[in-house]
Design a protein around this ligand. Structure first.
Ligand SMILES: *Cc1c(COP(=O)(O)O)cnc(C)c1O
Length: 383
């Protein structure tokens, strides 16, 4: 391979999503130093926009220089000390990963298991907190990308705080695609990623910490186990101390431009309008998929991730390979108990268009060897 010439795909999987030309152009802007006054202005601008999208006033809001998993690791590494007890709701891949990360940090982890595809009721969280009164952190996934389940979070913060614990939320897939109210819902640590509903390339993980979380970090008895993800060091760069910013690591300058442009596109559209667009196209896709005879896995589906069972007699992976080679469309396969049994169709950020809904329906009908007309009509009727 002499020349880099990536194909232009339609990204309808669990992430990344299609990156708008404006965001790609931002990546190609001149690189400046990570302490250049111009870059510091960009950093401040990014932090203000992130606060607006997280719906928080928390000053400790910034992008971690790595993908969503690093955001998860940053939240847990800063809030947990060895021996601390954490409760994690596990109803898919990402709850399982929270358990794994917290365990490696030396925490004693209690799993609240919920069948994959389902969500948890707050009563079950309350009972688990009564059983384990020493829990200092509760972890939960807002948008479980592995199953498409949409976890309600209203009221959970209050309940968790009443038991003296902090609420950590994985909002990687929901951020800017569905309502997320960090302050109103009492979320203490929240992380996301640049490549899902934000539609920037993968590589950054915005995080935010509440005043309660900051107090917990300041009261630590030992330094954070991860030097790179230690917010007490990162703050000196992202927030500055006495008007000075100190070098911690060389920030990914051009990725920060891309993130800033992706956030600007969100602001121009408006958060509410963006949520409504995700709901509208989800309704059309859902009607079309159901007309094709596909059934949703979760009872409470996310708008931006549609997880459906593959009918008997259809080779799940072969169908996805044909979508990619014949149509240039990427969708995801099932994970865990749904491996080989489900498709995960994303309508995230810039990929969430009516045109992509129709394209996905026609392409799926084609690889399933079924007529598309009824599905397209159903999508029309639903939008
Ligand atoms: C994608 C995803 C992650 C991980 O993000 P990476 O960018 O792949 O590291 C974490 N949680 C959820 C819910 C996700 O969908």
């Amino acid at each position: 391979m002499d020349r880099l010439d990536p194909p232009s795909r339609v990204l309808l999987g669990p992430g990344p999503s299609d990156v708008p030309p404006r965001v790609l152009r931002a990546l190609a802007a001149p690189t400046v130093g990570h302490l250049d006054p111009y870059y510091i202005e960009v950093m401040e601008d990014v932090r203000a926009r992130l606060r607006a999208c997280f719906r928080t006033e928390s000053p400790l809001t910034f992008p971690v220089s790595a993908t969503g998993m690093a955001g998860m690791e940053a939240c847990l590494a800063n809030l947990l000390e060895p021996g601390d007890a954490m409760l994690v709701v596990v109803n898919g891949v990402f709850g399982g990963r929270m358990v794994e990360v917290a365990t490696r940090l030396g925490a004693v982890v209690h799993r609240l298991e919920v069948p994959w595809g389902e969500t948890v009721e707050s009563g079950a969280v309350e009972r688990a907190l009564e059983t384990h009164p020493d829990v200092t952190c509760v972890g939960i996934v807002h948008a479980e990308t592995s199953t498409g389940a949409h976890q309600p979070l209203e009221g959970l913060g209050e309940l968790v705080h009443a038991h003296g614990a902090l609420l950590v939320v994985d909002a990687v897939t929901s951020f800017t695609g569905a309502p997320l109210e960090v302050d109103v819902w009492g979320i203490d640590a929240c992380y996301t990623g640049s490549q899902k509903c934000l539609s920037a390339p993968p590589g950054l993980s915005p995080v935010t910490f509440s005043a309660r979380a900051v107090a917990r970090m300041e009261a630590r008895s030992a330094p954070v186990r991860s030097w790179y993800l230690d917010t007490s060091l990162l703050r000196a760069y992202w927030e500055g101390e006495g008007g000075r910013r100190s070098y911690h690591h060389t920030a990914p300058v051009n990725m920060t431009y891309a993130l800033r442009e992706a956030l600007q596109l969100v602001m121009e559209e408006g958060l509410e309008a963006r949520f409504a667009r995700h709901r509208r196209h989800h309704a059309a896709l859902r009607a079309g998929l159901e007309a094709l005879g596909l059934r949703y896995v979760p009872a409470r589906s996310l708008p931006m991730l549609n997880c459906v069972r593959v009918p008997d007699g259809i080779d799940e992976a072969a169908a996805r390979r044909r979508l990619l080679s014949e149509w240039g469309i990427e969708i995801g396969g099932g994970l865990g108990p749904f491996a080989g049994k489900a498709w995960r169709i994303g309508l995230m950020g810039a990929s969430c268009t009516r045109r992509n809904v129709d394209l996905a329906l026609v392409a799926l009908a084609s690889v399933m060897e079924r007529p598309a007309r009824e599905a397209l009509d159903a999508a029309d009727a639903a939008s």
